[in-house]
Write a protein that binds this ligand. Sequence first.
Ligand SMILES: [Zn+2]
Length: 196
Amino acid sequence: MANLHFHYGTMGCSKSAQLVINAYNQNKNGNKTEIIKPKIDNRFSEDKVNSRIGISAPATVLPTLQGWSPAPDTKMVLIDEIQFFSPEDINHLVRIADSQPVIIMCYGLMVDSNEHIFPASRRLIEVGAKLHRMESTCQIPGCMHLATHHLRFDSAGNVVREGAQIAVGDSNYKSVCRQHFNMLYHGIGNKGKGNR
Ligand SMILES: [Zn+2]
């Protein structure tokens, strides 16, 4: 079994719920786990991973992974919102994965709302993390295509095409398929299809 994993998907594809379930199952089998989340994510309570379906688990909140290492008896580390850490943090995880008997499970987003990959997510691919795509469908009503992109909207409902790659909170985002991204972000493709 690979010891460094990246579970990626769009917002709303149950990443946090899967993290909590995975940790629960490991603990039930007697395997000690540690859950970590980045300090930048203040959507919910500070020291928990919360899922939209209502399950949660205690987490350690860290601004960086530098200087952190798992306890000697930890069997699995689960990290939420990995895209908010840095490429250097991923390098630190590689050193841990390659020198300690621990499995590291990263959960997060691949691309931002400008169709650009997050630096930490790119680094996970570069270092050969085992990739697991978590699938969900496009949130444009009536569309059943795979959600692969994010669109960010302003308060008036207009698509935002610039701004910080790291924006916290997801109330102004939709997870959409590539076709709807190109239609609504770039204005290309089949216009009729996106207006349902
Ligand atoms: Zn779509």
